[in-house]
Design a protein around this ligand. Structure first.
Ligand code: AMP
Length: 171
């Protein structure tokens, strides 16, 4: 993961002053790094017997869809409001910079299903927690929340208490 870490670019004061944005686009442009990330996710997640991958808009779609393809699992999106066309469940949450709402289709997970939630980065944990709430509200269980990057100093793990966390790199 050291080579992945080297590709992650710090952008100070984006999208707001005081935030150091972790830009993962150089990682997306590096097929070797992408393969390493996907392999690491696969290794840590396969044994949990997941039945579905849920990806969080937008960068969670990229890593989540690749992993879902590798594990031959269905993929479902969690999106910002106004994007999903079918019947939805929604929940509001706090994030590092602002507030938001996330939505998921009512057929996005099945009752009793074992779900892995994927996003690029864990910051304060509000986004991932909202995704967990959407999945659990519909009777499925979150067997892991997986991230390429964890900003450990923000303590996001606390909000995900009781759920397994997979983080490939940490700051
Ligand atoms: P949070 O809800 O605070 O854990 O924020 C996580 C979500 O916001 C993820 O979808 C990230 O992509 C994005 N995010 C939050 N903080 C950052 C950051 N410093 N750099 C890059 N993305 C971030």
């Amino acid at each position: 993961m050291e080579s992945v870490r080297k590709l992650i670019r710090d952008i100070p004061d984006f999208p707001k002053k005081g935030i150091i944005f972790k830009d993962i686009t150089p990682v997306l442009a590096d097929p070797t790094a992408m393969a390493a990330i996907n392999g690491a996710f696969e290794k840590q997640i396969e044994g949990l017997k997941p039945q579905r991958i849920v990806g969080i808009e937008a960068r969670g779609f990229i890593f989540g869809a690749v992993l879902a393809h590798t594990l031959r699992l269905p993929f479902s999106p969690v999106r910002k409001p106004g994007k999903l066309p079918y019947q939805r469940v929604s929940t509001s949450y706090k994030l590092e910079y602002g507030e938001g709402t996330l939505e998921m289709h009512t057929d996005g997970v099945r009752r009793g299903e074992r779900v892995v939630i994927i996003d690029d980065l864990l910051a304060t944990g509000g986004t991932a927690r909202a995704a967990c709430d959407l999945v659990e509200k519909q009777g499925a269980s979150v067997v892991a929340c997986a991230f390429v990057v964890e900003l450990g100093f923000l303590g996001g793990r606390k909000l995900l208490e009781g759920r397994r966390i997979v983080a490939l790199t940490a700051y």
